[in-house]
Design a protein around this ligand. Structure first.
Ligand SMILES: Nc1ncnc2c1ncn2[C@@H]1O[C@H](COP(=O)(O)OP(=O)(O)OP(=O)(O)O)[C@@H](O)[C@H]1O
Length: 825
């Protein structure tokens, strides 16, 4: 086959395709700025939120000594017993304190004094409640939780000896509520204790003794441990990464849904490996920049997390997590076929991941209490190891004094988790290692799940020697034993179909468990397509035309029989065939964001065209398809006709020896259609063109040979004239008459000599169909008609064959006999 002249192959082609797809990604991203910005810079927004959380937490704790540096002792006089309403934790109606034993009059007197002498605020009697015994107090507290700050229990073991006991609500201690941190021992216990001691002493001594108690906190630094990034970072930064994941899944699914990958790029010869490698490289570049951006943002907001931890550790954890999620996105994209599903899938991953992260930060299962197999299983989900990594880094910078995690710490437990069972280095290994699991699973599922054409490989495709052998044979471009139906190679034949059969397996429709029976889309089609001719496939909807083209272009595998293109079988020579093939698919498969010239350049690169030829080739194609002027406009702004012309131009890249045009003029206005017809007419020199169409006019005008296909079988092949002669009803004679008065005489004449009646008539025209069986009478009849023309009042006589449409309908309706062999002149 004289094909692929000057086209790159092997590593050169690999590199060229890679470059073209990277440029495509760059251009599509640049024109979709919002998504691109979200992907790279969303982290800035999330860091800002973390900064706000950090500031809010600091503001609410500023009043508490625990979260402050206490530098020197600052003695304070023990204050009055507080009113219960002043406590953030005690609900009204409340008691300032309870007491027992109320039956003892001495104790009642002591309590009365405590209430009356409370400094600055005598306690009213309804705010204190007495009980008979301490057990009664306990049962009241049990049934009235948070209704009192504490209780006082007085006992007299012997005369002159009064003991007391205190109970207080320890709940508020160390708890932050409504921005308040209450310290029950200082706020409640000490004032009550000082008051009871004072009043017991006064009671026993009978003297009005002055009683002052001082206390002071010992000096300590800010002991509050809080890192907004360590606490909320896993969720926030996971959400930011999920933007990239959803955008990536959408981008892959977009190309899948529009069949840009399988039907457009693969038929041009795109290597699957280039496809995946390009996405990977592009996304890794985005992950690198977004990780750097994230760290810089954290430093701008002066978060300790970013200032004190090792930069290398920070960069690795953010980058490796995003890297891992790229593999995860690849894997999920293989299960999604519709663009709208990718968003909901991303949302589900986020919700699920946030919950498992929450559980992780609560200590499960990275604690020696849990068996190691649970830890292993848990670590397969990337957000979990990311959460534990961030938690370590957060705890390493929880206070101003913490020095953060240094690189030398990566292999040891962090200071606050001395009994940890995962170290930072393992977090990195998990994030890096599991990427490859997702990546290879993505490639596996990409092969075994049905693609846009319902095509899939066997579950064990990779262990079959034929898979590897087929690949290597393809690379060498083995020529299949090619011969025509009688076993000889015809040099004028471009395509040979031999008993071609395609069976689509049965499918389970929604709500039904039972599969539909297998569908025989092609049932033993045999035909030859000659070079330098336009071969038209005509057929009703669902006849099997696109299936024939899809088999010839390698999109679908055949079930049995064979299809040869220039002697190469599509079953094992597709790689070679692709170099000399151009395809215009039934639907426009284009990127909305790219221009016509960019499409041509990308596809020319994928096909392997040398850069030196690319510019002139693209210009030539734009000129011939009348798109030169609009070549720099985005395809989204093109009319349907312009898109169709661009699809035809793409099919013609690289001067292919065979061009498949699947309904190329669908949606075009008559002027554009004529233009495409001219292109096709000029094209056929030195190549074969296979065209499918529903337009009889198009088939009549362009088709050197027309094949009529119905229900997966070939009904007839021949030129337009041959088909009309054999399957048309006969000859159509149209007569225009001077006046309506002449019509009756003309009708009588046709009835008398040919025994036909008018099939159609208007005021001045009449048409008659003269059947083919009377072909031998035609010469004599026309001689007679011309002689009587004046007498019958006929102005003009026109003779034509039946229309192709009539032929087509006759064949489909079974009124015409079907021919299984090609018609001969
Ligand atoms: N992947 C598939 N799985 C199952 N059936 C399929 C698949 N692709 C095509 N078919 C069926 O095969 C038959 C032939 O389809 P094909 O697309 O080749 O028809 P066509 O002649 O090109 O029709 P049209 O003119 O409408 O494009 C149809 O009945 C179609 O439903």
């Amino acid at each position: 086959m004289a094909s692929g002249k000057g086209l790159k192959t092997g590593c050169g082609l690999f590199a060229q395709q890679f470059k073209a797809l990277m440029l495509k990604n760059l251009k599509v991203s640049m024109r979709n700025k919002r998504a691109f910005f979200l992907q790279v810079a969303s982290s800035f927004g999330f860091i800002f939120l973390l900064f706000v959380v950090d500031q809010a937490a600091m503001a609410s704790r500023r009043s508490d000594a625990y979260y402050r540096d206490v530098v020197a002792a600052n003695p304070k006089l023990v204050a009055a017993i507080p009113a219960c309403e002043s406590s953030a934790f005690i609900r009204p109606p409340c008691y300032d304190f309870l007491w027992s034993d109320s039956s003892n009059p001495d104790f009642a007197a002591i309590v009365e004094k405590i209430m009356a002498n409370n400094p600055g605020r005598p306690i009213p009697s309804h705010k204190v409640r007495g009980f008979g015994s301490s057990s009664e107090v306990d049962s009241w507290l049990l049934s009235n939780p948070m209704a009192c700050s504490g209780a006082l229990h007085l006992e007299q073991s012997s005369a002159g000896v009064i003991s007391y006991g205190l109970q207080f609500n320890s709940t508020p201690s160390g708890v932050l509520l409504r921005g308040k941190h209450e310290n029950a021992p200082f706020n409640f216990q000490l004032p009550l204790q000082a008051a009871v001691e004072r009043e017991i002493t006064r009671f026993l001594t009978g003297k009005d003794i002055e009683w002052n108690v001082w206390f002071s906190e010992y000096p300590h630094p800010d002991l509050g441990r809080f890192s907004s990034v360590g606490s909320f970072g896993p969720t926030f930064l996971f959400a930011s990464t999920m933007f990239s994941v959803v955008i990536l899944i959408s981008k892959i699914v977009y190309e899948k849904e529009l069949k840009l990958r399988q039907q457009a790029m693969s038929t041009m010869g795109l290597f699957d490996s280039v496809y995946w490698l390009t996405w990977l490289t592009w996304e890794v570049m985005l992950a690198l920049s977004s990780s750097a951006f994230l760290i810089i943002s954290g430093m701008i907001f002066r978060l300790n997390f970013f200032l004190n931890n090792s930069l290398l550790i920070l960069f690795l954890i953010f980058f490796l997590f995003q890297f891992n999620m790229i593999g995860f996105a690849f894997l999920f994209s293989t299960f999604v076929t519709k663009l709208e599903t990718s968003n909901s899938m991303g949302f589900c991953i986020f919700i699920f991941g946030s919950l498992t992260q929450l559980v992780t930060t609560m200590g499960f299962p990275y604690d020696p209490r849990y068996p190691s197999y649970i830890k292993t299983l848990w670590s397969f989900f990337p957000p979990n190891v990311f959460a534990i990594g961030l938690m370590y880094l957060g705890e390493g910078t929880a206070t101003k004094r913490d020095r953060g995690l240094l690189w030398k710490d990566v292999s040891s437990c962090p200071p606050f988790h001395v009994d940890c069972n995962i170290v930072m280095a393992e977090v990195f290994v998990w994030l890096f290692g599991t990427f490859f699991i997702w990546f290879f699973l993505a490639i596996y599922f990409d092969n075994v799940l049905p693609d846009a054409n319902g095509l899939r490989k066997s579950l064990y495709y990779f262990v079959r020697p034929s898979y590897w052998a087929g690949r290597s044979r393809c690379k060498r471009g083995t020529r299949a034993s090619s011969s025509s139906k009688d076993g000889t190679v015809d040099p004028n034949v471009a395509v040979q179909l031999r008993n071609l059969t395609k069976v689509f397996p049965g499918v389970r429709s929604r709500g039904h468990w039972k599969k539909s029976p297998p569908f025989h889309a092609l049932q033993g089609v045999s035909l030859d397509i000659e070079k330098e001719k336009v071969f038209c496939l005509l057929g009703h909807n669902g006849a099997g035309k696109t299936t024939i083209i899809n088999i010839l272009t390698g999109i679908l595998p055949l079930t049995s029989g064979d299809a040869l293109v220039y002697g190469m079988s599509v079953t094992n020579g597709m790689a070679q065939i692709r170099h000399s093939m151009g395809v215009c698919p039934q639907f426009n498969i284009l990127w909305d964001a790219l221009t016509a010239i960019e499409h041509l350049q990308i596809f020319a690169s994928i096909k392997g065209m040398q850069p030196s030829r690319r510019k002139t080739e693209c210009k030539r194609l734009l000129l011939s398809s009348d798109l030169l002027e609009s070549s720099r406009g985005r395809v989204s702004a093109y009319s349907e006709g312009m898109k169709r012309r661009l699809s035809v131009a793409i099919a013609l890249i690289g001067d292919p020896k065979i061009v498949f045009l699947d309904e190329p003029t669908t949606g075009m206005d008559p002027i554009s259609r004529r233009k495409v017809w001219e292109i096709i007419e000029k094209l056929k020199t030195d190549r074969a063109i296979v065209l499918t169409t529903h337009s009889m006019e198009e088939a009549d005008n362009l088709g050197d040979s027309i094949a009529i296909v119905a229900n997966g079988t070939l009904r007839c092949v021949g030129s337009s004239i041959q088909l009309k002669q054999q399957f048309g009803e006969g000859y159509i004679v149209t007569c225009s008459v001077k006046s309506t008065d002449n019509k009756a005489a003309v009708k009588d004449f046709f009835k008398l000599y040919m025994d036909v009646v008018a099939k159609e008539e208007t005021r001045s025209y009449m048409s008659f169909i003269l059947p083919r069986r009377d072909e031998n009478l035609l010469a004599v009849f026309f001689e007679l008609l011309q002689k009587k023309q004046e007498e019958l009042g006929i102005l003009d006589i026109q003779l034509s064959l039946s229309t192709l449409e009539e032929v087509f309908l006759n064949i489909l309706e079974g009124t015409g006999q079907s021919c299984n062999s090609e018609l001969k002149d």
